[in-house]
Ligand binder design. Structure first.
Ligand SMILES: [Zn+2]
Ligand SMILES: [Zn+2]
Length: 344
């Protein structure tokens, strides 16, 4: 079709005057949405589609492409100390961030959320705690059986801390601060404070949209706040309520570990971090890694909404709460649902 169009200027003119939906049919893309400017991958696709020769047609196609957007979806499959796994993709490429529940559960939950056939091009690992890595070896084999091996990106420190039976083949090393290309997605990692060898958090850039998954933080840091400020959708740890932890049944040593500078964020610490990293970009917030013993969805939500109210943006940001035992329905990045806070 590309060469046919290139040799038929009349059809190119016709294309210029058509609605963007024409290009949806040509390209198979699913969503139309205005954007500020065409992203580089979209421009490259336009170049390829029109053969790089007809400059006016190319400019016109770029304009159309700027109105088109792949639908970016984020699905928090599981969140909490019994397992963490989040899918980020746009229908053409995708990644899993962490794989801390069984491969069977990951696949089942993807299926239940309508993402059974969604592409998984890489697994981005944050650290070696079992609730983030438990499925790695089995998941690597399951994904390889789909037709091609999938890289598992992690730091050397994380890889060194993996029990042998959990180690996947196909480990690719990253250093905190690296950005790796996964198909047309860019995955960027940055350091966090947590009680493991070399923990990181990830942001995924899909065109102009950025998704951040930031949990297992000992305390708020400037770098995490800065990374948060560039996110359109953020999955952010709200682990525990300080009073519930203090009066709860956990052994004192475990309480100290959780509230230490390399443990987990309390609701008030998370609220502080949210306040530091809040920017006009943020449209969707998922409260994540809630402790079932030392927190409640209501308390976490109160903390988050308190910040959003104070900043006058509670009507502009949709808040969800990640679940441990079932997946959250897929969230569309950049979209405001009109619901101020949601537990679904
Ligand atoms: Zn964890
Ligand atoms: Zn951890």
């Amino acid at each position: 079709m590309c060469s046919e169009l290139r040799h038929h200027p009349a059809r190119l003119d016709e294309m210029r005057n058509r609605a963007p939906s024409t290009l949806i049919v040509l390209s198979g893309w699913a969503t139309v949405r205005p954007t500020r400017k065409p992203s580089r991958p979209l421009r490259l696709m336009a170049d390829r589609a029109l053969g790089l020769r007809d400059r006016p047609a190319l400019r016109s196609a770029h304009r159309w492409m700027s109105r088109l957007k792949r639908e970016v979806q984020v699905c928090v499959l599981s969140s909490g100390s019994a397992g963490n796994c989040t899918y980020v993709g746009d229908g053409h490429a995708g990644v899993l961030i962490d794989c801390g529940l069984s491969t069977k559960q990951i696949m089942t939950r993807l299926e239940e959320m309508g993402l059974g056939a969604a592409p998984i091009d890489a697994v981005l690992v944050t650290h070696e705690h079992g609730d983030h890595i438990a499925a790695a070896a089995v998941l690597w084999r399951a994904l390889a059986a789909r037709g091609r091996p999938v890289p598992f990106y992690m730091t050397r420190g994380t890889a060194g801390g993996l029990p042998l039976h959990v180690q996947p083949d196909g480990i690719e090393f990253v250093r905190p601060g690296d950005t790796v290309a996964v198909s047309h997605l860019q995955a960027e990692c940055f350091p966090i404070l947590h009680d493991t060898a070399e923990p990181i958090a990830w942001r995924v850039h899909l065109g102009e949209e950025t998704v951040g998954v930031v949990t297992d933080l000992g305390c708020p840091t400037a770098i995490v706040a800065e990374k948060l400020s560039g996110c359109d959708l953020a999955v952010l740890e709200f682990n525990h309520d300080e009073e519930m932890l203090r009066t709860g049944s956990y052994p004192e040593s475990l309480k100290q570990r959780i509230k230490g500078n390399r443990g987990h964020l309390s609701n008030s610490q998370a609220a502080t971090l949210l306040g530091q990293g809040l920017s006009p970009r943020l449209k969707t917030l998922v409260l994540a890694h809630l402790s079932e013993a030392n927190n409640s969805p209501t308390k976490a939500l109160e903390s988050a909404l308190g910040v959003l109210h104070n900043r006058g943006v509670s009507d502009e940001i949709t808040v969800h709460i990640g679940r441990q035992r079932e997946a959250l329905a897929p969230l569309r990045v950049g979209a405001f649902s009109g619901v101020r806070a949601s537990r679904s």
